[in-house]
Design a protein around this ligand. Structure first.
Ligand code: SF4
Length: 262
């Protein structure tokens, strides 16, 4: 990528780039992109719920299937088409969140998308509008996607939980478990080339780990029934509060872009 293109991407994300005279930062960034593009092996070894180092996808390991995935394996949901799934989510009463939500938020985008974005749960505005990632955080996510040449019509965006927890509290394990069948079916239907897990709660819920988001970033994981490559990045709401982290998020997106282009 040439420097002007890189700058355009960063500006689209709202990243302010200051390059001191004589800095090697540009070259390092370019080299990072090249590494991401060249060092990830072909996705021929599905292995749900596993992780590996920064430059390779995990090996197949059936024992690594998470309880998140196992929980959905026997559900009726497993045979639903996209529209039936959406209507089922809208009418779901499988956990207590149905009593406090305004409406369930199944997801938005293309069921043939190469990239599946998975956040945590709907917030207040998402609960009101019935769409994931709206408001300022959603606008930043849109800019992040635009930075890698995508938009919310060409990807699919959803959450681990389809209903808003009261007062935006963290999802509980039993709620994640109750909702897991829907996400699993969405992944089966979409069969994405890459999954982007957005935010700590999403990453920890999907990968069933207490590791910090800092430790989960910058490496590939496998997730879902087909063992799709999964990358972790910061939630745009966090990036709005901590704009200094946008450069790290940009690195995550470059890795995703490289694998999508592979
Ligand atoms: S969070 Fe999921 S399981 Fe709970 S009511 Fe909503 S759709 Fe159903």
């Amino acid at each position: 990528m040439d420097e002007s293109t890189r700058r355009a991407y960063l500006e689209a994300m709202g990243v302010t780039v200051w390059v001191p005279r004589g800095s090697r930062g540009t070259d390092a960034d370019t080299e990072e992109t090249a590494r991401a593009a060249s060092s990830v092996p072909p996705a021929t070894e599905p292995s749900p719920g596993t992780s590996t180092g920064p430059t390779s996808l995990p090996e197949d390991d059936a024992a690594a299937v998470t309880s998140f995935e196992r929980s959905a394996a026997t559900s009726d949901v497993a045979s639903m088409d996209g529209e039936t799934l959406r209507r089922t989510i809208l009418g779901c009463t499988a956990c207590g969140l149905c009593e406090t939500r305004t409406q369930a938020v199944p997801g938005v985008g293309s069921l043939t998308a190469d990239l599946l974005v998975i956040g945590e749960a709907p917030g207040q505005e998402e609960d009101r509008r019935g769409e994931p990632f709206v408001g300022r955080a959603g606008q930043l996510l849109d800019r992040m996607l635009a930075a890698i040449g995508l938009d919310r019509q060409t990807v699919y965006i959803t959450n681990v939980l389809k209903c808003r927890p009261p007062n935006n509290r963290d999802p509980r394990a039993d709620e994640v478990q109750a909702c897991a069948a829907y996400l699993r079916r969405q992944i089966e239907l979409i069969d994405p080339k890459v999954i982007l897990s957005v935010g700590r709660i999403s990453a920890q819920s999907l990968l069933e780990t207490d590791e910090t988001i800092g430790r989960l970033r910058e490496r590939w994981h496998r997730f879902g029934p087909n063992g799709a490559p999964l990358r972790v990045t910061y939630h745009p709401a966090y990036l709005l509060r901590s704009p200094g982290q946008k450069r790290k998020s940009w690195g995550d997106l470059k890795a995703v872009r490289a694998l999508l282009a592979d």
